[in-house]
Design a protein around this ligand. Structure first.
Ligand code: AMP
Ligand code: ZN
Length: 468
């Protein structure tokens, strides 16, 4: 049974009931530009999208998820000026643009894995869909939406009456933003490149023949071409970070709807930024370049602590990153896992889902993914007087959405022989207490062991010890 879902749609500016067009929800999320590592701000957006996808699954919706990999055409300026990020990245690192793309795509996928982010059903690379992008530009040309300048084929935004329908900004304000990067040949400041010509006299590493000459696609056209191709008939939800609203997604909508004459995606969801103290968005340029590797993995901090930190805020609210954030997050996650592990040690067998809590969990998520409240519900389940087997089963079911790997205790199981003397003595005393069914004494001893830094779990295979 599918449960109702309400999502904040940037297009309408309101929370709306989600209605899918086909039995399988089409979900398109704008992926990375693979010229460098993702920073932890980027990863916030992918975690929000993962929570959305897992929520859809939990509520009973099958999902087809497509994510693009931008490996060409994203210029250093969002308004089609500056260098191609891939070509300049290749020059920086002394390898080919293709090698660069392959290296950073792998790095991106390994970040997703470390954060327990489900992979999309389809990854699509922009360079694998050049034919589709050229066809889409040709269609726009036939319909009279394009014009040519000395450096490319541009989309004439003045021909679209509702160009600002996603941003809800007055056109002058959108144009003001676009005016920063001067391109005097454009008819309107908001016009954007569909196809760029390779500069005369230079051979780019990535370039293709086209009806307009050798060149490469503009950044926005890839998402339109690939989503129209791969999610035809199921253009349900399109996501990205809030910085995509005014330019990238606005342009995707303008060109797709101009080409097809039909509405592009029905629901547009945008994740708020990870910000740095002072309120600015985290960016590759903001001081230290913070990656999952240098903030968590290299410091031996479980990367899922970052996921846990993000789950504590709503996806539409900015969240601040501070120097103590990683360790605070780790403490929070470990204390939650510890409590789950303690609960596990109280269980005697397979439990059943506690319906009242599951219904509340679904209701909380269906209110525009209220994940912080879902985390509070986990605490409530932990504290409830319901049967331990059922509580564990229910919490582990919630973890299908939370993705915190709660069924694992914080460390690997340790050999008793490798433990300090005092811990071995306490374990022996606890075994004696359990053998004589003195459970309050055995619980007290387990707590004493925990305070000294070790977790005790009673499993079917025997007692397991791990570091807190
Ligand atoms: P890019 O690789 O630059 O195309 O960015 C990948 C994704 O990260 C996009 O959806 C951006 O909107 C998003 N993004 C960029 N900076 C941040 C940030 N500081 N916080 C959250 N998301 C971000
Ligand atoms: Zn996109």
């Amino acid at each position: 049974m599918i449960s109702p879902l309400f999502l904040h749609n940037t297009l309408s500016g309101k929370k709306e009931e989600f209605k899918t067009q086909s039995p399988e929800v089409g979900l398109y999320t704008c992926g990375p530009t693979v010229y460098n590592f993702a920073h932890i701000g980027n990863l916030r957006t992918y975690i929000f999208e993962d929570l959305l996808k897992r929520t859809l699954y939990y509520l009973g919706y099958p999902v087809k998820h497509v994510m693009n990999i931008t490996d060409v055409g994203h210029l250093t300026g969002d308004m089609d000026m500056g260098e191609d990020k891939m070509e300049s990245g290749a020059a920086r690192e002394g390898r080919s643009a293709w090698e660069l793309a392959s290296f950073y795509t792998d790095a991106f996928k390994s970040d997703l894995k470390a954060l327990n982010i489900m992979e999309p059903d389809i990854y699509c690379r922009a360079t694998d869909y050049i034919k589709e992008q050229i066809a889409l530009v040709s269609r726009l040309e036939e319909k009279g939406f394009t014009y040519k300048t000395s450096d490319g084929i541009y989309f004439d935004t003045s021909l679209v009456s509702d160009y600002n329908k996603l941003s809800h900004l007055p056109l002058e304000e959108l144009q003001e933003g676009a005016r920063v990067e001067k391109n005097l040949e454009k008819k309107n400041f908001t016009d954007f490149a569909l196809w760029k010509f390779s500069p005369v006299g230079t051979k780019r590493q990535m370039e293709w023949d086209s009806p307009w000459g050798v060149g490469f696609p503009g950044w926005h056209i890839e998402c339109s071409a690939m989503s129209l191709r791969l999610l035809s008939g199921q253009l349900d939800i399109h996501c990205g970070g809030v910085d995509h609203i005014n330019i990238h997604h606005t342009n995707e909508i303008a060109q797709s709807e101009a080409a097809t004459g039909e509405r592009f995606f029905n629901y547009w969801l945008h994740g708020a930024f990870l910000i740095v103290p002072g309120g600015k968005k985290m960016a590759k340029s903001s001081g230290d370049f913070l990656t999952l590797e240098n903030t968590f993995i290299a410091k031996n901090i479980d990367p899922l602590a970052y996921r846990f930190m993000l789950l504590q805020g709503h996806y539409r609210k900015p969240m601040e990153w501070r120097t103590d954030s990683a360790l605070n997050a780790l403490n929070g996650l470990e204390s939650l896992r510890r409590r789950v592990s303690e609960l596990k040690s109280e269980t005697t067998g397979e439990g059943k889902l506690i319906e009242e809590f599951v219904l509340r969990f679904k209701a909380i998520l269906s209110d525009d993914l209220n994940v912080p409240q879902a985390l509070a519900l986990v605490q409530e389940v932990l504290k409830s007087s319901a049967d331990a087997n059922d509580r564990l089963k229910t919490i582990l079911s919630f973890d299908q959405v939370l993705g915190l790997d709660l069924s694992h205790s914080s460390g690997d199981s340790l050999e008793v022989g490798s433990l300090p003397e005092d811990i071995i003595k306490l374990l022996d005393a606890r075994r004696v207490a359990r053998d004589s069914k003195d459970f309050s004494e055995s619980d007290r001893l387990r707590e004493e062991i925990r305070v000294r830094g070790f977790l005790v779990e009673d499993t079917k295979e025997g007692v397991k010890i791990s570091k807190v």
